[in-house]
Design a protein around this ligand. Structure first.
Ligand code: AMP
Ligand code: GLY
Length: 436
């Protein structure tokens, strides 16, 4: 395995399980595989990309007994939870409350902390309580739908309606006219438009500005800030068309200068970590701050309790520090002794997606040419092996990450790599980073 040190004793080798199957998890495995502290690396379920640097395991991580047997059987020291759903469902709580697993570091918060992402209302109350800048809001339920309509009348368009719970990234509506906003509010609250997720709806003030993402790793009292990034969510060039899981990302973000990062740290990152601690919420893991700059001031649009996708595909390549050291420190509460060393270069990533995505699309399209890609890192997202061939298995298929001394240099390398790869219906945006 890459990075394994024969002279080191096995005592320090960390066995790690990464949960998830996308580009984010491939990028996390890629970074972990470079650490001299790595023992064995597993991905559950992983994808054909992770299988080149880790052992993919077919494991039902939702089933505590199966997970426990795996963790004990493979002497796992660290579990990195890629997506939010297992955290919101309590995977960390289940591991931590099992006395035989008390030695396992879980990267990702317990259920309570995961509410920062799992409940928009929880996160708004948290930010208000701790003085963290965010859009003004009120929340409503079926009983208060009339008050909700009245609140909409006090706001200026566009109207921002958010389902409180997890809704697979679809629970936020931005609506231009009042009548439609009222209709949608009714559908969310009274007709369960997003199932239980819209039993409560947060209505908030619309903020206009440029969005960016900041990531921190925290042990619950100290934190290290990772490179910032900007992602491109819309399917079409010029940020048009439907929202996707992410079409590309770039880091650094030119408008996020040192002064802005200082504001973000002082007004947002620090009070968030302190707020968690004051509220008695244990939190070990990544915090993803979805931010927006309005007239030079940062506001929180949302929290996520995990790394972003495809931001991870540029953040991990820019992180020079040993990720395993940082994760160990997050686990044992010594992050205060660490900082994140960052590569000065640009990293960009562009996502190749299946034709038709984010609507319906075909799968099982043979992917050719990846072996010709030399200068970019290919992170697999929705791929599979079928009859010995690499094929598409999802909407977002693979991310092409490149470094460059300038943004343009990095982009040129990425697009040169993408032209070498082909599958029927392959589409990608050629304008990542166009706005900065
Ligand atoms: P969220 O799931 O909360 O990140 O919202 C999804 C997207 O909706 C964000 O990435 C923003 O582009 C947009 N959005 C959410 N809240 C607001 C707001 N208050 N003002 C403007 N845009 C917003
Ligand atoms: N790139 C946005 C997300 O991961 O939610």
């Amino acid at each position: 395995m890459q990075g394994h040190c024969y002279l080191c004793t096995n005592f320090f080798d960390m066995n790690i399980l990464v949960i998830g199957s996308g580009g984010r998890e491939h990028a996390l495995c890629w970074k972990l595989s470079k650490s001299p502290r790595l023992g064995q690396l597993f991905a559950a379920p992983g994808n054909p990309g992770t299988s080149e640097i880790a052992t993919n395991v077919d494991l039902d991580t939702n089933d505590h007994e199966s997970l426990k047997a795996f963790l004990l059987g493979n002497k796992i020291n660290i579990v990195v939870v890629g997506p939010e759903a297992p955290l919101v469902e309590g995977i960390h709580d289940n591991i931590a409350s099992d006395t035989e697993l008390s030695h396992v570091n879980v990267i990702g918060p317990k259920k309570e902390g995961a509410q920062l992402e799992g409940s928009k209302e929880f996160s708004k109350i948290f930010m208000q309580k701790h003085g963290i800048p965010t859009a003004k809001y009120q929340s409503f339920t079926a009983e208060t739908v009339n008050e909700g309509e009245a609140f909409l009348e006090t706001l200026n368009p566009p109207y921002v309606l958010k389902a409180d719970g997890l809704a697979a990234g679809k629970g936020v509506l931005i609506i231009n006219d009042l009548l439609t906003a009222k209709e949608e509010l009714n559908e969310m609250l009274l007709q369960s438009k997003f199932g239980e997720a819209s039993n409560t709806v947060v209505i908030e003030e619309f903020l206009a500005g440029l969005e960016f993402s900041v990531f921190a790793l925290t042990d619950g009292k100290d934190y290290v800030i990772l490179p910032e990034a900007k992602d491109y969510k819309r399917i079409g060039e010029g940020d048009t068309g439907l929202n996707t899981g992410g079409m590309g990302a770039i880091s650094p973000v030119s408008f996020v200068d040192n002064k802005m990062m200082q504001k973000v740290e002082e007004r947002i990152v620090k009070p968030t970590v302190e707020g968690l601690s004051k509220d008695g919420i244990e939190y070990k893991g990544f915090v993803f701050f979805g931010l927006i700059e309005v007239n030079g001031e940062p506001f929180v649009i949302e929290y996520n309790v995990r790394m972003g996708d495809p931001e991870t595909e540029v953040v991990m390549p820019r992180l020079k520090s040993d990720l395993i050291k940082l994760l160990e420190a997050a686990g044992n509460g010594t992050l205060g002794e660490h900082t994140a060393e960052v590569d000065e270069r640009y990293a960009v990533t562009a996502m190749a997606v299946s034709g038709g995505y984010p609507g319906s699309y075909d799968k099982n399209k043979k992917i050719t040419g990846t072996e010709k890609v030399g200068k970019s890192i290919v992170f697999h997202a929705g791929t599979a092996i079928k009859d010995g061939d690499l094929v598409t298995s999802g909407g977002r298929v693979m991310a092409f990450t490149s470094y460059g001394n300038t943004k343009q240099e990095a982009l040129n390398t990425t697009y040169e790599s993408m032209r070498k790869v082909d599958f029927s219906g392959m589409y990608y945006r050629k304008d990542i980073g166009f706005d900065i």
